[in-house]
Design a protein around this ligand. Structure first.
Ligand code: EPS
Length: 374
């Protein structure tokens, strides 16, 4: 079983993540982690903090000569903006942020004590964890991408574009959107929102390819792969919805329109011509691409703030304003990949036993043979 914890405040000294249960013998190139950290920081609409930080990982434990030992792996990412003790206190909660609910819960009269940990800055640590999981997935032939499919009501059209093309187009887009015309409109919407002192949310898609049939299980609620992916994606700051495959569109379809008919060819095995289920049936991967959509709300810090109440005076006041992003959906997609990579890596370790890379690979390949002969 894989598990991890993160620690660190947004403007504290650093972020830390500890990953436990990763196989031994996996070569970790810190640059592969740094590449993911950099991807997370980019995107049209991100705020000034992303110009201050130079996210880079230091690996404090779990490796010898760049290979995993099977012991806990500790990642450290320094905060360039280490200013927590000097920052002003906050008393007017921002609607949509954790400020008020967190203040009530922990009895914090300075709402900065809430936002420091609630901030999406924490996701840098999670992207570090996901980057290590992706290295394991790559060893087993599993690959993934993310791309933005909607910002501020502008929808991308990518239906007939291949996995590789979507990745190439998304990686060079300022909003990580594979539809260039839509990306241009999304940037305009972000500009308009910024000028109006407002913010935007949207939707991203994660596509995972090469996952064999049989990850997760239908036998118990907490072993369902779709439920575990939904949990991981929903835990990303600002996420309000997750769906697998067509997701909420199921409500518009009949059974014959929705379900993916099954075909068989001797040399290819079982296959589908559609993938409305998003690669998971009954909580179990079915061998098709896994498709996850995440829906992010608009950032809660508005430069033209909504009405709020000062928690000290109880007087009606505008919500506090902090440095923030106008739109962070492009980053959320990268974080979504990391969150999904962890869940898939964990499901692989559960199914194939994961003490060493050699063992998991051997068991994985043996199982693929079994599936081929089914
Ligand atoms: C973030 C760092 C934060 C914000 C953002 C995500 O930096 P700061 O608060 O210092 O400007 O840019 O966090 C939020 C949107 C939020 O609501 O907390 C990051 O590293 O991704």
């Amino acid at each position: 079983m894989l598990r991890y914890l993160t620690a660190g405040e947004s403007h504290g000294k650093s972020l830390i993540a500890i990953l436990e249960g990763m196989v031994s013998g996996l070569k970790i190139d810190p640059d592969a982690i740094n590449k993911e950290l950099k991807r997370r920081m980019q995107g049209y609409g991100r705020g000034d903090r992303m110009r201050i930080e130079k996210d880079a990982v230091e690996i404090l434990s779990g490796l010898k000569n760049d290979a995993t030992l099977g012991s806990p792996i500790t990642l450290l990412i320094e905060n360039a903006d280490f200013s927590i003790d000097k920052l002003p206190s906050l008393s007017c909660p921002r609607p949509g942020h954790a400020d008020l609910a967190g203040g009530l819960k922990y009895d914090h009269k300075d709402l900065r004590n809430v936002l420091e940990r609630a901030s999406a800055r924490e996701t840098a640590a999670r992207v570090g964890i996901g980057a290590i999981c992706k290295i394991l997935l790559a060893e087993l032939g599993i690959d993934m991408l993310s791309h933005v499919t909607m910002i501020g009501g502008v929808e991308a059209h990518t239906k007939d574009i291949s996995f590789d093309e979507i990745r190439t187009l998304a990686e060079k887009s300022p909003v990580r959107c594979a539809d260039e015309a839509a990306a241009k409109l999304m940037c305009e919407e972000i500009d308009n929102a910024k000028d109006a002192g407002d913010t935007l949310g949207g939707c991203f898609e994660v596509v995972i390819t090469g996952v064999p049939a049989g990850l997760g299980s239908y036998v118990q609620y907490d072993r369902k792969l779709d439920a575990n992916l939904a949990n991981a994606i929903m835990s990303i700051q600002g996420l309000k919805g997750v769906c697998i495959g067509l997701g909420h569109e199921v409500a518009h379809k009949s059974g014959s329109q929705f379900h993916d008919a099954i075909f068989y060819k001797k040399d290819q095995g079982f296959s589908r011509k559609t993938n409305n289920a998003g690669g998971i049936e009954g909580g179990v991967s079915n061998g098709e691409d896994i498709i996850i959509k995440g829906f992010m709300k608009p950032i809660a810090t508005l430069k033209d703030p909504l009405p709020s109440v000062d928690i000290k005076t109880k007087k009606q006041k505008k919500a506090d304003v902090e440095r923030s992003d106008v739109c962070a959906v492009s980053s959320a997609g990268v974080i979504g990949e990391a969150a999904a990579a962890f869940v898939i890596a964990n499901a692989l370790c559960e199914k194939f036993g994961g003490d060493s890379l050699g063992e998991i690979k051997r068991n994985f390949e043996g199982y693929l043979e079994q599936v081929k002969k089914f």
